[in-house]
Design a protein around this ligand. Sequence first.
Ligand SMILES: *Cc1c(COP(=O)(O)O)cnc(C)c1O
Length: 332
Amino acid sequence: MAAFGTVFMPKMSLAEYKDQRWDYQQLVNSDSLNLHPGAHVLHYASTCFEGLKAFRHDDGSVHIFRMDKNIARMAQSSRLLALPPIDVTLLRQMIIDVVTAFNDQVPAPPGSMYIRPTHIGTEPAIGKAAHPTNQSLLYVLLSPVGDYFSGGIKPLKLLVEDQGSRCAAHMGMIKSGGNYASALGPILQAREAFAADQVLFCPNGDVQETGAANFILIDGDEIITKDLDSSFLHGVTRDSILTLARDRGMTVSERPLSVEELIERAQKPQTEAALSGTAAVLTPVGSLVYQGRTINVGNGQGGPITEQLRNALNAIQWGQAEDTHGWLTRID
Ligand SMILES: *Cc1c(COP(=O)(O)O)cnc(C)c1O
């Protein structure tokens, strides 16, 4: 199976913003873009993106998961980056159009069709370092993905970084390319020095998230995760998992979590920790590296509640449990 995100459908939906208006060009070839080398995005990183999925149900129908949440987040990212304003009705139509066109290519579970809306500043103006682009391209790419856990679910090892940040504090809730470039150096160092899978960024001891996923701690009947503020990305999977946990009668504590409390709770035998995100859904965290010491989370193997919550979310996505929260949009 090809690596996640390396196979693309041959067409994408595309719209261009120019002269203060959107021009929807519908489906175009997805293997190239015509871009001026002076395009704003290439110099000043005026870019944001989204990641969501479409799923095939047993009856053959195709459903997109929580599309409106992702569209709203893309509009917010664009606004915070001073990119041209997203027309949410247009973006919704662009997503539906491209998924409809490739409806028959949506893999059955545990596969899915990953959907990648992307917004880039295209004005050819290298003098605009401190000014917004007045032109942009918005496009929606599709990438069919297989079973993320085909090699089995291996609990992750996270390096707890209690000084450095993933990105600048005011960029945390924006899903923007520069943030991943910013986190890459620390992640490569953590892989090299500790064979860690990811870095858990905890600036000044405040447990935030990893490079591309949110962090949750499960202690018996309680889920603890950082409350929403502008310093980190507000994951749709995070919100979905917390909702499902509340449905099951669990206590959901959205509040600041310190590294000190994390390390203390991790050492209790029943504790579990997990990363949430669209790509990997909910992945168990087996151990933490902190101050050169490796600390298992609970038994180090991931636990039953992580698995139950992941299964509950997958069951809704795959049409095997009732969609009581209205999270699915059917595509015909
Ligand atoms: C995309 C992303 C997440 C997860 O968000 P989902 O909406 O659950 O996919 C978390 N953190 C970062 C930094 C992300 O880029």
